[in-house]
Ligand binder design. Structure first.
Ligand code: CU
Length: 257
């Protein structure tokens, strides 16, 4: 029953049938996310087809050579050299193909940071993961961190729609993973490292910010909200939050940090 159930559950999940529907990635709202989705689906279809074929073959052998219906003497074989070469080369060639096919997607997501003129685009905000929250520091109008116009929020990421956005991510304690499922953006946050993620949202709304690395007892609650909104609405939100920050008894940290 194992190969039959395995194949059955795979097909069930693939067609998103009740009661296990809705477990695939949520709606993609990142201009650059489509390439990730097509890569994901390509690998899913490829491995799925191989899984179904091997599952059914396994079932067929178990059924055909059932001891109750076969009285012939068992034949021992030392294997077939040609067959082994063939089934080593096919997976190796497939993996090599995927490695080459995904290079552009990888470069777009991890290496080709958006530029502004001749320079790399500066980050809109610095997101610091810590047990168990996302602390967010917006650079403010001067686009510099650790200056007087920085804005501080916790778990509330706001992003202007239709713009290339770069975020700098850091960890204050342990390994976390900054995951924006709707942006198809996921990056491990490694203590001591300065990393960047980027995306361009094409839809407004409220989406999840989650931690995708088991980082301690409170990992389950390490989530925030990402509001994607128009530039005007983003600026208004920023101004309001900043005013609120100024009103409270907030002491900015020393300038040179
Ligand atoms: Cu975490």
């Amino acid at each position: 029953m194992v190969p039959v159930l395995g194949v059955g559950i795979f097909v069930w999940a693939l067609f998103d049938l009740w009661p296990i529907q809705g477990h695939w990635l949520p709606e993609n709202i990142n201009e650059h996310g489509r390439v990730i989705d097509s890569l994901f689906m390509f690998i899913l279809y490829l491995t799925g087809a191989i899984f179904v074929v091997t599952g059914l073959t396994l079932f067929w052998f178990l059924w055909k050579y059932d001891a109750a219906r076969n009285s012939s003497v068992v034949v021992y074989s030392h294997g077939n050299h040609t067959l082994e070469v063939v089934w080593s080369i096919i997976p190796a060639a497939t993996l090599l193909f995927i490695a080459i096919y995904q290079m552009d997607a990888w470069a777009d997501a991890k290496m080709r940071r958006p530029t502004e003129g001749e320079h790399l685009k500066p980050p809109l905000a610095l997101v610091t993961g810590r047990q168990f929250e996302w602390r967010i520091r917006y650079a403010g109008p001067d686009r510099q961190f650790h200056t007087r116009d920085d804005l501080f929020v916790v778990n509330e990421l706001h992003i202007p729609v239709g713009e290339e956005v770069v975020l700098q991510i850091e960890s204050q304690d342990v390994l976390h993973s900054f995951f924006l499922p709707n942006m198809r953006t996921k990056q491990d946050v490694v203590p001591g490292m300065k990393q960047f993620v980027w995306f361009k949202a094409n839809k407004t709304g409220i989406f999840d910010v989650v931690c995708a690395e088991l980082c301690g007892w409170g990992h389950y609650k390490m989530r925030g909200r990402m509001t994607v909104e128009s530039r005007e609405s983003f600026d208004r939100w920023f101004a309001e939050e900043y005013q609120e920050q100024e009103r409270s008894e907030f002491t900015p940290p020393p300038l040179a940090e």
